[in-house]
Design a protein around this ligand. Structure first.
Ligand code: GAP
Length: 444
């Protein structure tokens, strides 16, 4: 983990947030390369969940959330962690995360600490303007259910997807970007007919494991954990967590829950007319019927299958998996990020052999522009004038291709392509580079 954190800072992937004023715990900023990697991971999810299917719509909802949403969802009452104080050092911890130095010290009785961040909307702060930063993106999907059904004429089964920020005032944020207070989620709420839920739950577990493998996480580092007992959320009929071996140990990467009709049943009006099976709080405020008509024109409250993944945990996992230090012999080593090419922050670096040779540099810029226009991802000109240094840098940040422009490029119209993983170099005609680039990235 320490090596990875150091690389992230040195190369501009991830920084401690608010660092110049001492930092804020549990918050991180994504730098120039981090934002590309994170966007690439999110785009891959969106393609897989929305574009490549015909049964999912996307939304992007507000972060500030009406208190009634979180009252009926159960968050106001139950979104708590048990908090203890160490009487020796005075610090506070989650009951199950007391650090070694305080084990054995006298601790206070655990008390419930609500993880939601509260704020006010507008200038009045008398209690009527309270709102919350959403603790998950899911709730806004449920409360937009009718809007999406009415505007798209969807019938079951279908899903609504969203990627966005969530906020939790974690008692003990830790392990770099693994447990933070501001993070992003990629959530799908997939609505199915009651009775079809078990089958869809199984299908989504398989789908999501395959997607993580496609992001470069090997099967043998992923494990499915069926959540049981008190670990099962109050809304869930069954939950399967995808566990990954993070640098600090095996932990949850994504959860796939069968949330039954709890969510739509909690937020709907006319609850009594809708045969809701889940144990929901009586809703006296909602103005929308969150149900859908089946083939017999009966109103049904759909069950929900929810694959919910953390973007930041995903970034940590793919970085961890890609990070390698290779022995090159002769006491030489190289650090390389073997990211899947669709995730690489920079797709290709065009490297002029001589930084001060105008013709070479100009040609490098024109090749960069011609590749950039395909919008496959970022292409840069790396004009350090030191080929070895440029290769080392781009190995370390995971750039799959380095394209070197030298005197042969001017005289013989050729250029050299170097592959990050094999370090092999090959010379191709200059005129072929666009097709080479396209072929290389479109077979991913
Ligand atoms: N809507 C369901 C839900 O939010 P969750 O298990 O609480 O379920 C889903 O969160 C995913 O969000 C987790 O599997 C994890 O990847 C990510 N996540 C949750 N809390 C997080 C935190 N404090 N920091 C980073 N990621 C977090």
């Amino acid at each position: 983990m320490d090596d990875l954190v150091a690389l992230c800072k040195r190369r501009g992937f991830i920084f401690q947030s608010n660092e110049i004023y001492g930092g804020l715990q549990g918050l991180y900023d994504y730098g120039p390369l981090g934002v590309e990697l994170k966007n690439n991971l999110k785009n891959s999810w969106w393609k897989s969940i929305v574009y490549n299917r015909d049964d999912v719509e996307g939304i992007d909802s507000s972060i500030l959330t009406h208190p009634s949403v979180l009252k009926y969802s159960g968050h106001q009452e139950t979104f708590t962690d048990p908090l203890v104080d160490c009487k020796s050092c005075g610090l506070r911890f989650r009951e199950d995360q007391v650090p070694e130095e305080c084990v054995g010290e006298e601790l206070t009785e655990p008390r419930d600490f609500n993880l939601m961040f509260e704020t006010n909307v507008g200038p009045v702060t008398d209690g009527t303007s309270t709102a919350y930063l959403r603790p998950e993106t899911a709730q806004q999907i449920y409360i937009n259910f009718k809007n999406v059904v009415d505007s798209t004429s969807r019938s079951l089964p279908f899903g609504i997807a969203q990627i966005g920020k969530s906020f939790r005032n974690e008692i003990t944020p830790r392990n770099f970007i693994f447990r933070v207070r501001e993070f992003e989620q990629m959530e799908l709420e997939f609505f199915v007919s009651p009775g079809d839920d078990d089958l869809w739950h199984k299908k989504w577990v398989e789908n999501r494991v395959q997607w993580w493998e496609d992001q470069g996480l090997p099967k043998d580092k992923l494990r499915l954990l069926t959540v049981t007992g008190s670990d099962l959320a109050h809304y869930s009929k069954s939950t399967v967590d995808i566990m990954y071996q993070f640098p600090h140990g095996e932990e949850e990467l994504e959860g796939i829950a069968n949330r039954t009709d709890y969510d739509l049943g909690s937020h709907t009006k006319n609850q009594k007319d809708l045969n809701i099976t889940a144990d929901v709080k009586e809703n006296t405020e909602s103005n929308a019927r969150l149900a859908i008509q089946n083939n017999n024109k009966e109103w049904v409250v759909p069950y929900v299958i929810e694959p919910s993944a953390g973007v930041d945990r995903g970034v940590l996992a793919v970085l961890n998996e890609a990070y390698a230090v290779e022995d090159l012999g002769d006491n030489k080593k190289r650090t390389v990020l073997k990211l899947k090419k669709h995730l690489s922050p920079i797709k290709a670096a065009v490297v002029p052999l001589k930084r001060n040779n105008e013709d070479i540099v100009q040609l490098a810029h024109s090749i960069k522009s011609s590749l950039q226009k395909y919008q496959i991802g970022r292409v840069v000109v790396e004009n350090t004038g030191n080929i070895g240094k440029s290769y080392r840098k781009h190995d370390e940040i995971g750039t799959p291709l380095c394209i070197t422009i030298d005197f042969d490029s001017l005289e013989n119209n050729t250029l050299t392509i170097r592959d990050r993983d094999t370090m092999e170099q090959k010379t191709i005609p200059l005129a072929d580079i666009q097709q080479y680039f396209l072929d290389y990235f479109t077979d991913d």
